[in-house]
Design a protein around this ligand. Structure first.
Ligand code: GUN
Length: 295
């Protein structure tokens, strides 16, 4: 069994990005600039956004953190997005999800200039992804592809089962694994809360990608020998014995499933760190495109 080490791989990618940024600096060029907008005080979201900003510092990007209160109105957020769309210094930006209930997430995602949409959530970019056109691929699916590629995990002709149909992970992953090329060329089954007999489906899978947020959902008896297991779940389980007051766990019953798997991602240290590295990669791509357009 091989552990798909997202921590190490994401560090490799960050080092590669830093080399590119150092070249830009040496040539007197503008470095990539990422902005992140967070609305409200959700603990996990604040942690994720903080990690994204720190990662920018690590590779030499400029970053801007925009913190807005939990009572921010939809109009106020849309105004801020328009400001970021117009700001020529900013190459890309993200609006951290989920948003508070008074704000319509779809309206917000539609307001982001697709040219700066480094999360790849705008319908224009999502459509381009589905049509194999060059675009920003959402960071978590992009990170999974990168892990499969760097560990040379075979995907051609394999049966990939995706668990969960979220717009951020499950849905795009189901499209990407079926695309022509590597990683891809898989036969894909997308399962969700209305899927009947899920064990029958997962036990036929060569590759399982689970993005549910239900700790321990995927058990050993649901997995065939030598399956590839990608765990996208990140759940904070309260635990007073720990200093932070919680521990992080994934969707997979890791101890039992890892004994059967050929490859597996741990949680933490698997897909999570890859998401941040790929957001940086998308931001670098945005800067390169802007440079080509002399922006
Ligand atoms: N919330 C959970 N994952 C993500 C992500 O990749 N991007 C944004 N903007 N919000 C998220």
């Amino acid at each position: 069994m091989t552990i798909l080490d997202g921590k190490k791989t994401s560090n490799d990618i960050k080092n590669e990005i830093k080399v590119e940024v150092d070249k830009m600096k040496a040539n007197g060029e503008k470095v990539p600039h990422l902005a992140a907008v967070i609305v409200g005080n959700d603990g996990a979201s604040l942690t994720y956004v903080g990690s994204k900003v720190r990662a920018c510092e690590r590779v030499g990007f400029e970053s801007t953190l925009v913190k807005m209160s939990s009572t921010t109105s939809e109009i106020e957020l849309l105004d801020k997005i328009e400001e970021l769309n117009q700001d020529t210094d900013i190459d890309g930006f993200i609006v951290q999800l989920p948003l508070p209930p008074q704000i319509d997430t779809q309206k917000v995602l539609l307001a982001v200039d697709p040219d700066k949409d480094v999360d790849g959530f705008h319908p224009t970019n999502f459509g381009k992804m589905a049509l194999d056109m060059s675009t920003f691929i959402p960071a978590t699916p992009f990170g999974i592809l990168e892990l499969l590629e760097r560990y040379d995990v075979s995907t051609k002709g394999k049966h990939t089962v995706v668990i969960g149909r979220s717009h951020i992970v499950g849905r795009p992953m189901s499209i990407l694994m079926g695309r022509k090329g590597f990683p891809g060329n898989s036969t894909v089954t997308l399962t969700h809360s209305h899927t009947k007999n899920i064990t029958q489906i997962t036990s036929q899978a060569d590759i399982i990608i689970t993005a549910l947020g239900v700790p321990g959902f995927l058990k050993a008896e649901m997995v065939k020998d030598d399956a590839v297991i990608i765990d996208v779940g990140i759940t904070r389980v309260p635990d007073e014995a720990r200093e932070r007051g919680y521990y992080i766990t994934g969707d997979v019953d890791y101890d039992a499933v890892s004994k059967k798997a050929s490859y597996i991602t741990p949680v933490p240290g698997g897909v999570g760190p890859m998401t941040i590295a790929m957001l940086l990669k998308n931001t670098l791509l945005a800067r390169e495109r802007h440079r080509a357009m002399r922006k």
